[in-house]
Design a protein around this ligand. Structure first.
Ligand code: ADE
Length: 419
């Protein structure tokens, strides 16, 4: 099998960890069983650019069970779990191109290796594969039926492509499914980001001031988990509505220039560039810790940090770089400013990725069934798929719910009754 992974000797460990995650991914397991019988993806080649984790392994094995050929590369240079890459490469028919810590050139070479398989369906997390395909390999665009996008940042990029008239095939925005962003972004990012900060620093969060920049679904998750551990949480926002929600949830809301002076741990989760800038770094307390949980490493100005430290930088722990400023203050950057939850921990837990990846698998099946009929736009996940994922997740959790009575159904359809 064509692969570029760190060490095939890690395969056994990877296999065991993939199996552990599969126990938490019961919805995906149901889909895999059906795919095995029906083989709806026969004849399809899928090019996937995703974080190479135990959860992703379960997804690509599901697609493979459905009859697809699959090639996988990393969607971030630091998020690959090398044992998982080795296991997938050694034991399944999946091509894997991913090594944790790969440089930018290798990262793009790996995406090109996936594109060399001439995929009919693309699966992206951050839109790097789709963007490379549109910019540099346009001759292949005619072979692509459609694609999916996993994350907020990627969906924003794809919508920008569509608005420019540049998008050449249909994309399903998995991120927009309720069973994705209300759970993965909130509970997944919330838990895994705090997990990464704790694993890499072993700091006590109780009593500490944690500043969360951005109060979207991911920010909400991080803020609520930090609060649950006893942190004093400050939220910064640029949008009035989420700022108001944060204030009414009981968080202190203030501009970053004020939060910069009091924060002890900062987490950026905005999806935008240049959030923590030189003017903020200059105000920070000695020992401040900076982490980014947004998709790209653009939220914290790393060049400003380097300039302020003027070379006084050392790796003090795994995933912790200490920058010492001229006046002796130290600021710590986690995971080089890259997605901290995937770089310094294991990403979202499998039980939540179960729903995200169930949406991925069912959306690919939906795209393949509609080959040639979808416009080259960003399409929502069909409501039936979203509802089915919610229903199956409850079922696998052993949770039953009530049903409307006939009278209630009629009441909801009527307008005559009032006060
Ligand atoms: N994105 C966030 N967490 C993830 C995980 N565990 N696997 C794949 N993609 C992810």
């Amino acid at each position: 099998m064509d692969c570029d992974v760190k060490d095939l000797g890690l395969a056994q460990k990877g296999r065991e960890r993939i199996e552990w995650a599969s126990g938490e991914m019961r919805v995906l397991a149901l889909i895999r069983e059906r795919f095995q019988k029906e083989r709806p993806l026969t004849g399809i080649t899928i090019g996937a650019c995703l974080h190479v984790t135990t959860e992703t392994a379960n997804l690509v094995e599901t697609l493979f069970a459905g009859g697809a050929e699959v090639a996988l590369c990393a969607s971030n240079p630091l998020s690959t779990q090398d044992d998982v890459a080795a296991a997938l490469c050694e034991e399944t028919g999946i091509e894997v191109y991913a090594i944790k810590g790969e440089d930018n050139e290798t990262y793009y070479r790996h995406i090109n290796s996936v594109l060399d398989t001439r995929p009919n369906v693309t699966m992206d997390d951050g839109a790097d594969l789709v963007s490379l395909l549109h910019k540099e390999r346009q001759d292949q665009l005619g072979e692509v039926i459609g694609g999916t996008e996993e994350t907020t940042t990627g969906v924003i990029r794809m919508r920008a492509m569509a608005a420019d008239g540049a998008l050449r095939y249909p994309i399903v925005s998995v991120n927009d499914a309720n069973t994705k962003h209300l759970f993965d972004n909130r509970f997944g990012t919330g838990q895994s980001t705090i997990d990464a900060i704790m694993r890499s620093t072993n700091l006590l969060l109780a009593g500490r001031t944690v500043v969360v920049c951005g109060y979207g679904m991911c920010g909400r998750g991080v803020a609520s988990r930090a609060k649950g551990l006893g942190a004093q949480v400050v939220v910064t926002e640029v949008d009035a509505l989420p700022a108001l929600e944060a204030a009414m949830e009981g968080y202190r809301v203030m501009p970053l220039r004020e939060a910069a002076r009091i924060g002890e741990v900062f987490v950026t989760v905005t999806g935008d560039t240049g959030v923590i800038r030189r003017e903020h770094l200059e105000l920070m307390r000695d020992g401040a810790v900076l982490a980014n949980a947004g998709h790209f490493d653009v939220e914290i100005d790393k060049s400003a940090l380097a300039e302020l430290a003027g070379g006084a930088v050392r790796r003090i722990r795994d995933f912790v770089d200490e920058f010492t400023f001229a006046d002796g203050r130290r600021v710590h950057l986690l995971a080089e400013g890259r997605l901290v939850n995937l770089a310094a921990a294991e990403g979202h837990p499998a039980a939540v990725m179960d729903m995200s990846f169930a949406n991925q698998a069912l959306s690919v099946e939906w795209i393949v069934k509609r080959r040639g009929t979808l416009d080259p736009e960003v399409h929502p996940v069909p409501a039936e798929i979203d509802a089915e994922v919610a229903r199956l997740k409850l079922q696998t959790m052993g949770i039953e719910i009530d049903a409307l009575t006939k009278e209630q159904e009629e009441y909801l359809r009527s307008w005559e009754q009032g006060t």
